[in-house]
Design a protein around this ligand. Structure first.
Ligand code: XUL
Ligand code: CO
Length: 438
């Protein structure tokens, strides 16, 4: 078969000094870090939508990038050309996974039965490519936010017909996820939210969203889906108020509706910052609740208040992320680049350079996070910081066996406690700089 990216070579690791733009500087798939190969720490995934579909169109202008891959857009031939392009792309970069929405794979037809037929055909073709290359599906999802019918949401809609349509899309997307052996199934509640309380019954909408998830779990398990369901929290955009605001909100929602055994979270870096959190905060909140499932690896722009989905280059943030992942013992999902090239970066070559940047950034993050773990000073400091609890009364607190009366007795003997020891934030931050740049 004729190559689509014929002028671009397979990307190899050439080391930090390499000036070859088509080489990894830090991502060395086979390099062992803390007992595990880099590629096992970092199961990277290609996002079908940004990489194979998005052409740079924005609210103010037309597309800048040709993603026809030699076929007429909105045809089955084009859907298959995207499969060819995607697998060639992943093979050249050594990416082992991909993620998709139903409408990324095929153009939506006028009738859902026809859309589903197209999905069957294209997923057959994807499966052939998967078997030939060993590339795997990380997760699938249904796009329940682009079509006008979802203007009031999918689970949160006020229309029973639209609610049924959402159910049908989820059912089919789960069928395809199982067919492709996907490790996960994502709910990003794009329009699951509201604009104004003057027309909204929040309790009813939230119950219906949860029930759609319950039905998805029931159906998924009945057809043999053994992976995790994920919620991908995001506070706003497109809706003003979104129900999955952040990790803590999503975890509370899952627990309140008895969905926490089947669901974990897919944490996206740019969504974290939109919620006014750091990426690291969202990862930590998920991890300590046993719900860190997968990661959408991108970054935002602090000068812009929307979801810019940039390829990650911020090594400091990537290091924090990888430290959280190492501390959590790894993730069951992967690192999906839900990221797009900037609009003027409009060539096929830019697509490759963008992934090289993202993969190298996370590889550097992993290398530096491992150095922080091996250095040990941060861990020691945190342990020491809570050392006052290492006494019989502190142990009772840790074991949740203390009473207000006995704690008050100790306070009364003290009269007034001494100030806690310094938090030494500046010293700790200087250790991080020393490890990053020393
Ligand atoms: C949107 C977003 C989505 C999800 C999948 O902000 O992140 O692409 O990752 O629906
Ligand atoms: Co995302």
């Amino acid at each position: 078969m004729k190559e689509i990216f014929g002028n671009i070579p397979a990307i190899e690791f050439k080391g930090a000094k390499s000036r070859d733009p088509y080489s990894f500087k830090f991502y060395d798939a086979e390099r062992v870090i803390l007992g595990k190969k880099m590629k096992e720490h970092l199961p990277f995934a290609m996002a079908w939508w940004h990489n194979l579909c998005a052409d740079g169109k924005d609210m103010f202008g037309n597309g800048t990038t040709d993603k026809s891959f030699g076929a007429k857009p909105m045809t089955l031939e084009h859907a298959k050309a995207k499969v060819d392009a995607g697998f060639e792309f992943m093979q050249k970069l050594g990416i082992e996974y991909f993620c998709w929405h139903d409408v990324d794979l095929v153009p939506e037809a006028a009738n859902i039965n026809e859309t589903n037929r197209l999905l069957d055909e294209v997923s057959d073709y994807i499966l052939q490519k998967m078997n030939a290359t060993g590339i795997k599906c990380l997760w699938g999802t249904a796009n329940m936010f682009s079509n006008a019918r979802y203007m009031n949401g999918a689970g949160s809609t006020n229309s029973l017909d639209v609610y049924c349509f959402a159910a049908a899309q989820i059912k089919k997307a789960l069928d395809i996820t199982v067919k492709l052996g996907g490790k996960g199934y994502v709910f990003w509640g794009g329009r699951e939210g509201y604009e104004t309380l003057w027309n909204t019954d929040v309790a009813f909408e939230q119950e219906n969203i949860a029930d759609l998830m319950r039905m998805a779990v029931e159906y998924g398990r009945s057809i043999g889906f053994k992976g995790d369901f994920y919620i991908e929290p995001k506070p706003k955009e497109p809706m003003k108020h979104q129900y999955d605001f952040d990790a803590a909100t999503a975890i509370g929602f899952l627990k309140a509706h008895g969905l926490d055994k089947d669901f974990k979270l897919n944490i996206e870096a740019n969504h974290a910052t939109l919620a006014g959190h750091t990426f690291r905060h969202e990862l930590r909140i998920s991890a300590i609740n046993g719900m860190l499932g997968s990661i959408d690896a991108n970054q935002g722009d602090f000068l812009l208040g929307w979801d810019t989905d940039e390829f990650p280059y911020d090594v400091y943030t990537a290091t924090e992320c990888m430290l959280e992942v190492l501390k959590a013992g790894g993730i069951t999902g992967g690192f999906n680049f839900d990221a797009k090239t900037r609009r003027p970066s409009n060539t096929y070559a830019d697509m490759f350079k963008a992934y090289i940047l993202g993969m190298d950034t996370f590889a550097l993050g992993l290398i530096k996070a491992a150095e922080i773990v091996e250095d040990g000073r941060i861990d020691e400091f945190i342990k020491r910081r809570y050392a006052s609890f290492d006494c019989p009364l502190g142990k009772k607190v840790r074991d949740k066996k203390s009473t207000l009366t006995e704690l008050a007795e100790r306070a009364s003997k003290l009269g007034a406690p001494a100030l806690p020891e310094s938090g030494e934030q500046e010293y700790l931050q200087s250790i991080i700089n020393q490890i990053l740049f020393g």
